[in-house]
Design a protein around this ligand. Structure first.
Ligand code: ATP
Length: 324
C-alpha cells in the first residue's frame, strides 16, 4: 500500500527575532502563511526506512536518515512502537534551502503519510508532538493556513479569518543556510549596539488580524516585516536588486522569505502576479519565478477525526481529501 500526501511551502508575513535562549534557539514571533507551492511525499511499506528524492535542485537534499522526512518517520514509528518499515519518495517543487521550509514540509507530509500507512487513529496531538520533535517549522507545515507562531515558532495560534492573497516568489541561484543567517543577524545587532528585543512581540497583533481578515493586499503589504532580511541582504547584496525589480513592476510589498534567499512579493491579483513574474524573469536577477496563492491547508488540516473507525480503512481518514 502507498499513501501520497501533498504539502505546501510557507512564507513569513512577519518574522520577529529576539535573543538567543539557553537552548541555543532564538525567541521568535512569526506570522506564517502556507502558499500553493507543493512537495509530495509518497510512503510505501518496505522492509526498512529509505528515501528517494526527485525534482529540481535536489543535489543538496540528503537521501538518507538525515532527510527530515526520514527523521519524522523514524520518530513517529518510535512513538507508536512500530518498525519504521517505509520507503519515502519525495517529489520536490519547493525551493531547497530557500527560506520556504521545504524540508519541514516534507517532514510534515511524512508524518501524515506514515500515520495513514501504519493505521494510526487520527490524533492531532500525537502528530503535532512528533512534528515539534523534528523541527521548529514542522508543526506549522502540518497545519497550514495562516497562524501566529511563538517560541521557536512551534506554539501556534491559527488565524482562521483570512482572505485569499496572491504571491510571486523569485528563486535564487543558490540556497542560504538558515543558521548562517541567524548568526549574521546577531553579528549585525552586536556591531550596531542594538540588543535583541527580550520577547519579540507581534505589535499590534490586532492590525495583522484585521488586515488578513479584510483580504486587502495593500493593507497586509504595509505590515510585512522580516528581522532576518538585513542579514540575508548582507550575505547576498544582490537580493536588494530582486526586491527592487518586483516593487518597480507593481508589487504591493516585498520581503525576503524567512531566512532567504527566496524573495516574496505580495500582489493585488492574478493579473498583477503575471506582470510582476514577467518583470522578474526579464530582470535576470533570479533563477526562476513562481506564482502562488495563500493560505492553503496543510496535510493535517485535512485529516478527519474518526468517531467510529470500526470497519473503516483508517488511511482514508488521512487521505480522503489530502491525496495529491
Ligand atoms: P527554513 O525555511 O525552515 O529555515 P529552508 O526552506 O531554508 O528552511 P530547506 O529546504 O528546508 O531550507 O532545507 C535546508 C537544508 O535541510 C537543506 O540544505 C538540506 O541539507 C536539509 N534537508 C533535509 N531534509 C530535507 C528535505 N526533505 N528537503 C530539503 N532539504 C532537506
Amino acid at each position: 500500500m502507498s499513501v501520497t500526501v501533498r504539502v505546501p511551502a510557507k512564507v513569513n508575513l512577519h518574522l520577529g527575532v529576539g535573543g538567543t535562549r539557553p537552548d541555543g534557539y532564538h525567541e521568535l514571533v512569526s506570522v506564517f502563511q502556507s502558499v500553493s507551492l507543493f512537495d509530495t511525499v509518497t510512503a510505501t511499506g518496505a522492509p526498512e526506512l529509505s528515501v528517494t528524492v526527485a525534482g529540481e535542485d535536489t543535489a543538496a537534499v540528503p537521501a538518507d536518515h538525515r532527510n527530515l522526512a526520514a527523521r519524522a518517520a523514524a520518530l513517529l514509528a518510535e512513538r507508536i512502537g512500530v518498525e519504521p518499515g517505509v520507503h519515502l519518495h519525495i517529489d520536490k517543487r519547493i525551493p531547497v534551502a530557500g527560506g520556504m521550509a521545504g524540508g519541514s514540509a516534507d517532514a510534515a507530509a511524512a508524518i501524515v503519510a506514515c500515520a495513514a500507512l501504519w493505521g494510526l487513529e487520527p490524533d492531532h496531538e500525537a502528530l503535532h508532538e512528533v512534528a515539534v520533535q523534528v523541527g521548529s517549522d514542522v508543526a506549522f507545515a502540518l497545519l497550514g493556513g495562516t497562524a501566529i507562531g511563538t517560541g521557536r515558532g512551534e506554539n501556534l495560534t491559527p488565524l482562521t479569518h483570512c482572505g485569499r492573497f496572491h504571491w510571486v516568489f523569485a528563486l535564487a541561484h543558490e540556497g542560504l543556510s538558515t543558521p548562517r543567517v541567524f548568526v549574521e543577524c546577531d553579528r549585525l545587532r552586536a556591531e550596531a549596539g542594538t540588543p535583541p528585543p527580550e520577547g519579540p512581540a507581534l505589535d499590534p497583533a490586532a492590525d495583522f488580524e484585521a488586515a488578513l481578515a479584510s483580504g486587502d493586499p495593500a493593507r497586509l503589504a504595509a505590515l510585512l516585516r522580516n528581522d532576518l532580511q538585513g542579514a540575508a541582504l548582507t550575505i547576498r547584496p544582490e537580493l536588494a536588486d530582486t526586491l527592487g525589480s518586483g516593487l518597480a513592476a507593481g508589487a504591493l510589498g516585498a520581503l525576503v522569505s524567512g531566512s532567504g534567499p527566496t524573495c516574496a512579493f505580495l500582489v493585488r491579483d492574478e493579473e498583477a502576479a503575471r506582470t510582476v513574474a514577467a518583470a522578474l524573469v526579464a530582470s535576470g536577477h533570479c533563477r526562476s519565478v513562481r506564482t502562488a496563492h495563500g493560505p492553503v491547508d496543510g496535510p493535517a488540516a485535512r485529516v478527519t477525526t474518526a468517531t467510529d473507525t470500526t470497519g473503516t480503512d483508517r488511511s482514508s481518514l488521512y487521505i480522503s481529501q489530502g491525496a495529491a
